[in-house]
Design a protein around this ligand. Structure first.
Ligand SMILES: C[S@@+](CC[C@H](N)C(=O)[O-])C[C@H]1O[C@@H](n2cnc3c(N)ncnc32)[C@H](O)[C@@H]1O
Length: 236
């Protein structure tokens, strides 16, 4: 079973949205498991202190390496990747999500305040992962993002498995547009081709739209797609 262990000072926010819809049903059905570890339980003083002032001065507080070390040691004795949610980390991609979903699960350390004592990262071999180029107040939402993205790829979690193969990023392209009834809404029709019943034409239209949207909105993805396409045609 795919196992997520989340280390946080806000254990009550879990499972949050992970308890609803696809992820929640899969959790209840035992397709994955979630252990939430309260980092404060590993503090040794009467105030359950998890943070201290930054060495060298400056604003904010830093999560203590000794407390985090005990929390990680009590949780992560297995082979699962140990991830620290961090805006400094490697950006999370659908490809990485696919790799994580194909593994045994993940141990996720949620930072707060100014972040964690740098020494814990090397000492416990934490890999820093970012969910985007912006700063959240804490790693909990980022951990939920990562877990949700992984869980929906687990076998049997998504209703139609084919939808994972077609959606944004799976082939390096953004997904094509969707429509549903009514056929005409506020003067805007569903494109004729989608009502034609011609599956070949529909597939070609969707592919062309996926390419157009990627080219227009994400030149970075488009360039990478073209690169792969060209090297694929050279080798193939
Ligand atoms: C306020 S942030 C710390 C930001 C840090 N001082 C900096 O400038 O890089 C507190 C915690 O939120 C989490 N966090 C914030 N933004 C994130 C992001 N984009 N991706 C993943 N985690 C993030 C991290 O766990 C981080 O330690």
């Amino acid at each position: 079973m795919w196992r997520a262990s989340v280390l946080t000072i806000f254990p009550d926010v879990f499972p949050g949205p992970l308890g609803a819809s696809l992820a929640g049903k899969a959790l209840a059905a035992g397709a994955w498991s979630l252990d939430v570890v309260d980092i404060r339980k590993f503090a040794t003083d009467t105030h359950c202190t998890v943070d201290d002032t930054p060495a060298g001065g400056g604003p904010g507080m830093v999560m203590k390496a000794d407390v985090l070390g005990r929390a990680i040691d009590a949780t992560a004795a297995d082979e699962r990747p140990r991830l620290l949610l961090s805006p400094r980390g490697t950006p999370l991609t659908q490809a990485r999500v696919g790799t994580l979903a194909g593994g045994p699960g993940a141990v996720l350390v949620c930072g707060r305040f100014e972040g964690v004592d740098e020494r814990i990262i090397a000492a416990r071999a934490l890999e820093e992962i970012s969910v985007g180029d912006y700063v959240l107040s804490g790693g909990e939402l980022a951990a939920m993002v990562l877990i949700d993205a992984c869980v929906r790829l687990l076998p049997g979690v998504m209703g139609a498995e084919v939808s994972a193969a077609e959606e944004s990023f799976s082939e390096g392209l953004l997904e094509y547009p969707h429509y549903t009834r009514p056929q005409l809404w506020e003067g805007r029709p569903i494109p004729d081709v989608l009502l034609s019943g011609d599956h070949g034409k529909i597939a070609a239209w969707r592919r062309a739209e996926a390419e157009r949207l990627t080219r227009e909105r994400r030149p970075d993805l488009w360039a990478a797609f073209l690169q792969r396409f060209r090297s694929g045609s050279r080798t193939g």
